[in-house]
Design a protein around this ligand. Structure first.
Ligand code: ADP
Ligand code: MG
Length: 249
C-alpha cells in the first residue's frame, strides 16, 4: 500500500534519514521503532507531505506522492497523528475532529453554496460521525470544550479521534500512547486493536514494546536514520543489530 524507496532527508547537511526503503502492506500493522533521534518522526513527515525528502520516492497505492503537499496527501486517504500534538486550541473538541473530515465536505465556495441544502443535511451526518469518533475515545462529554484546555491524555485522544474519523485507508500514528497513563494506554490499545481487526492499514511509531509485540504484523527498525532490520516482531526481537541499537550505547 505504501512504498518508500531510498528515502533520505538532510537537515542543514546532517542526515536524519539515509536511503530508507520498506513497504507497508495493505491490511497489516507495521511498527516503526528505533531509539530517540533515529528519524521516525522525520519519516512520517516525509511520507505525509509535511517535509520533502531530500532524495528517494514515496508511493501510495502505486502512485508517486513524494512531491505532494500535506493536504493532497490527506485527500488520498492517508491520516496521521503528530508526536507533538497539533490541535486547534481555540476550536472545540468536536470541531477539531470535524477538521478530520473536511476533505470530504465539498469543494469550491460556489459549489458549496449551490449545494447548501444538501450540505446542511450532510453537516448533520458529519457531526454524527465526529461524535461517534469522540465516543470511541470516551470524549463525547467534552465535545464542546475548547481543545486547548484539555489534559494531555485527552488531547492525545482527540488527535486519534480526528485521525480515525475519516476511516482512512492508511493511518500513521506517531507515538499514540506516549505520556498516557495506564488506563488511557489500555483504552487506546483497545482502539488500535479494533482498527486492526477492521482491516485498517497502519504504520505505528511506538516505544511501548508490549503493544508493538502484540499488535504489529511486521516491524521496521531505524537507527541513526538507517533501516537496520525488518521482520516479524519475533525476528526483530532476536536480531543482534537491534539489541545493539537499543542496548549497546
Ligand atoms: P525520532 O522521531 O526517531 O525520535 P526525529 O525524526 O524526530 O527522530 O529526528 C531525527 C533527527 O533529525 C534528530 O537528530 C533530530 O534532531 C533531527 N531533526 C528532526 N527534525 C528536525 C528539524 N526540523 N530541523 C533540524 N533537525 C531536525
Ligand atoms: Mg519522534
Amino acid at each position: 500500500m505504501l512504498k518508500l524507496e531510498n528515502v533520505s532527508k538532510n537537515f542543514g547537511g546532517l542526515p536524519a534519514l539515509s536511503d530508507v526503503s520498506f513497504e507497508v502492506p495493505q491490511g497489516l500493522v507495521t511498527a516503526l521503532i528505533g531509539p530517540n533521534g533515529a528519524g521516525k518522526s522525520t519519516l512520517i513527515n516525509c511520507t505525509t507531505g509535511v517535509l520533502q525528502p531530500s532524495k528517494g520516492t514515496v508511493s501510495f497505492q502505486q502512485k508517486k506522492i513524494t512531491a505532494l503537499p500535506a493536504h493532497q496527501v490527506a485527500r488520498l486517504g492517508i491520516a496521521r497523528t503528530f508526536q507533538n500534538l497539533k490541535l486547534f486550541p481555540r476550536l472545540t473538541v468536536l470541531d477539531n475532529v470535524l477538521t478530520g473530515l473536511t476533505c470530504e465536505g465539498g469543494s469550491s465556495m460556489l459549489m458549496a453554496m449551490l449545494r447548501l441544502p444538501y450540505l446542511r443535511h450532510r453537516e448533520r451526518q458529519l457531526k454524527l460521525r465526529a461524535m461517534e469518533a469522540l465516543d470511541r475515545f470516551s470524549l463525547s462529554d467534552k465535545a464542546d470544550w475548547p481543545a486547548g484546555i484539555l489534559a494531555y491524555g485527552d488531547k492525545k485522544r482527540v488527535e486519534l479521534a480526528r485521525a480515525t474519523v475519516s476511516q482512512p485507508d492508511l493511518l500513521l500514528l506517531d507515538e499514540p500512547v506516549a505520556g498516557l497513563n495506564a488506563e488511557e494506554t489500555a483504552e487506546v490499545g483497545e482502539q488500535l486493536r479494533l482498527l486492526r481487526s477492521a482491516g485498517h492499514t497502519m504504520l505505528l511509531v511506538e516505544h511501548d514494546m508490549d503493544l508493538v509485540m502484540e499488535i504489529a504484523d511486521q516491524v521496521v527498525v531505524l537507527d541513526s536514520g538507517k533501516c537496520i532490520a525488518t521482520g516479524t516482531p519475533e525476528e526483530v526481537r532476536r536480531n543482534p543489530l537491534v539489541l545493539e541499537a537499543y542496548l549497546g550505547r
